[in-house]
Each structure stands twice: as C-alpha cells, then as structure tokens.
Design a protein around this ligand. Structure first.
Ligand SMILES: Nc1ncnc2c1ncn2[C@@H]1O[C@H](COP(=O)(O)OP(=O)(O)OP(=O)(O)O)[C@@H](O)[C@H]1O
Ligand SMILES: [Mg+2]
Length: 353
C-alpha cells in the first residue's frame, strides 16, 4: 500500500477502541512484533520487535542499509510487512491503516515539502489536506513557523531554504495535524553541527509536549541525547536495546583515564594503572594519557589515584568515563558505525581498548 500519510478520509469519526487497550491503559504507542520484510532474496527486516511507551522517544540506530527506513515505512502504513504485526496509537497498521494515518506524522528521509511553495504556503496546503478550514490552516502555519524559528522565512520559497531550515519545515509539516505519534527518519542527516543541535532543541520541546517519537539515526550522539530507549539494528535485526547507560554497560564497565604532565613517565604510570586495574592499559603518547577499563567505578578510580600518589606521580587529569556509544556499536557488531554495509564484518569481536 502506498500513498501519502494523513487523514485523507475525512474528519475523525468515532472509532472502536481495540479491546486490549481497555485492559492495558498503558499499552505502548508503537508496538511491533516479529516484523519481517523481504525484497526478493534480500531480507531487509529479519523479525524486529519494538515497544515505544506513550510520550517517550525511541531511537532506531543503525548504519546504512540496516533496515531503519523499512521499519518506519511499515509502521507508518506506507509498506506492508511480509510477516509479523504492528500497532500504532492502538490500531493495527495492516488492518486499520486509515486510523493509524490520522494519528501519526511522518518526516521521511528525503524532504517532502514542495520547493516551489513558500514555507507558509506549504504548511497551509498541508493543513487543508488535513481538512482544516483555510483560516485555521493559516493560523496553524503561523504558529508552527514561529515554533520552528522560520517566521522570517515564511514567504521565501522552500527550495531556497538551507538544509537545516528545510528539515525544520519538514518537521513543522508533520505537526500540522497535531499527531500523537511522530516518525522521523534520520531527521538530522546532512545537517551541519549547529543546525543539528538546533533541531535537537526543537525535538526536545516536542517531546515535552507529550508526543511519542520514533526516530532513526546513524548518530550515536543523537540517540544518546534524545532517546529514552535505543534499539540498535544491523542487517535487519535488533542486536541490542536499552537506554544509553545500559548499552554502554554492555561493553563492560567504565574507562579510567590518567593524563600526566611529564611524557617521560608515561610508561611507569601505565604500569601502575595496569597493576591496579588488572587490565592492559592503552597509552596515547600525543595526549600523554593512559586509559584502562575498570569495573570498580569510583573506588577503582580512587585506587588508581592512591597508587599514583604513593609513587609520587603528578597527574594533570584523572577521569572515569563510560564508553561512548560508538565503542558500544563496535563491540556489538565488530564494525564501526560508519562502516559501509557491505564491508561490515558481522562477527562480534571484543572492542579494542
Ligand atoms: N524497495 C526496495 N527494493 C529492494 N531492496 C530494498 C528496497 N528498500 C530497501 N531495500 C534494501 O533493504 C535493506 C534495508 O534498507 P533500508 O532503506 O531500510 O535501510 P536504512 O537503515 O534505512 O538505510 P539508510 O541509513 O541508508 O537510510 C537494504 O539492503 C536495502 O538495499
Ligand atoms: Mg533509511
């Protein structure tokens, strides 16, 4: 099934609430069970489960070709799964696509706004597509342009917007009909760091307003910043899930970092760190830093500090940090996040420390 997403079938009619939602008032806003999608021999999704509680953000994190867009297309009723089932806002995407469409907004991976209309005209048009009277559509557009700091650009053609502005307009467009559930497919890909950070701020405001968001991203930083839950996908399968802390913990503990002022003592310091932590430390001569994994938390850090002080070593910086999500991904998949799909080595291996 293909076509635009939106309430294209008239004003909201009284709709039967699925029986199970009366038993489960806190049922997830998005729930998927065993989604499978094949394109010929290619398995784009190999049985994916998802559960996104109302009012929360889940990030589907994965490299190119992982199956992120495929999952979003199924959940937003643009494509049908070969196996499995999903409900969005309480309705089955396969049997009640219209009900689902009335309640969702979708910002596809590629911009969908019309470049030959101004920002304001785009939003008014979308409002009218959603059956808003023209006057209300204009009010809603003005409101959203303000919210997305596009008021100054309201009468500029969308085709002349910068990448960041277009992404914000895309996002505004998905909100015209006040959806309960938002799907954002790589909302910040291609944006420069400043535009990305501006968009994150906007997304955080949206989350505060209570919508449920499923976003896809290739940026660990983005998942870490925005998501309550992260689902890591690779080659069509979920390879890990949890919040950022839990995922980082899967890599096995924190890293202790010691930076010293005197490079000539780096090897001595490395030996002490190795002895105390019982792990092989990594030395970075350029940064005059020794790092080693620890399962001892703050106590482990204190042990290292005490041992260094006892042997009279000066320390410039001493830190305890969780592994980055990049390191998590490396551990889980054996390949870096940015690796080309076809070159990725699917065999998990220990993260190099
Ligand atoms: N219409 C299609 N026909 C054939 N193969 C497809 C089609 N759509 C997706 N695929 C394949 O399914 C797999 C998953 O694609 P998908 O677009 O879901 O990945 P993605 O995680 O969104 O990647 P990206 O980060 O590049 O957007 C890929 O191998 C892709 O080539
Ligand atoms: Mg995609």
């Amino acid at each position: 099934m293909d076509g635009p997403v939106g309430p294209l079938t008239g004003p909201m009619a009284p709709t039967p609430t699925p029986a199970r939602s009366t038993h489960m008032p806190t049922s997830p806003a998005i729930e998927a069970l065993g989604l499978v999608k094949r394109y010929g021999d290619k398995v784009a999704l190999g049985g994916v489960d998802l559960a996104v509680p109302k009012g929360t953000v889940t990030a589907v994190l994965g490299p190119n070709g992982a199956g992120k867009t495929t999952a979003v297309r199924i959940l937003s009723t643009l494509s049908e799964a070969d196996e499995g089932s999903a409900t969005v806002a309480g309705f089955d995407v396969a049997t009640h696509p219209t009900e689902v469409r009335r309640r969702i907004g979708l910002a596809a991976q590629d911009a969908t706004v019309d470049p030959l209309l101004t920002g304001h005209e785009n939003l008014v048009m979308i409002g009218e597509l959603h059956q808003l009277p023209r006057r209300e559509a204009k009010v809603r557009s003005t409101e959203l342009l303000g919210q997305f700091t596009l008021s100054d650009a309201r009468d500029k053609l969308a085709g002349a917007y910068s990448g960041g502005m277009r992404r914000r307009l895309d996002l505004a467009a998905t909100l015209v009909a006040r959806p309960e559930v938002l799907f954002l497919d790589e909302p910040t890909t291609g944006l420069d760091p400043r535009a990305r950070s501006e968009l994150w701020t906007v997304l955080e405001t949206l989350v505060d307003s209570g919508v449920t968001i499923l976003l896809t991203t290739q940026y660990l930083e983005e998942a870490d910043r925005l998501a309550d839950d992260i689902v890591v996908v690779d080659h069509g399968s979920v390879i890990a899930r949890g919040d950022a802390r839990q995922l980082k913990r899967q890599v096995g503990g924190d890293n202790i970092g010691v930076t010293i002022p005197d490079l000539s003592r780096l090897d001595e310091v490395a030996a002490i760190v190795g002895r105390v932590t019982g792990c092989d430390p990594i030395t970075d001569r350029a940064a005059r830093t020794v790092t080693a994994p620890t399962s001892g938390g703050v106590a482990g850090l204190a042990d290292v500090a005490n041992a260094l002080a006892a042997e009279g070593h000066e320390v410039e910086d001493l830190s305890l940090r969780q592994p980055t999500l990049d390191e998590v991904f490396l551990t889980l998949t054996g390949s870096a996040m940015t690796a080309d799909d076809d070159l990725a080595d699917p065999v998990p291996q220990e993260v190099a420390r």
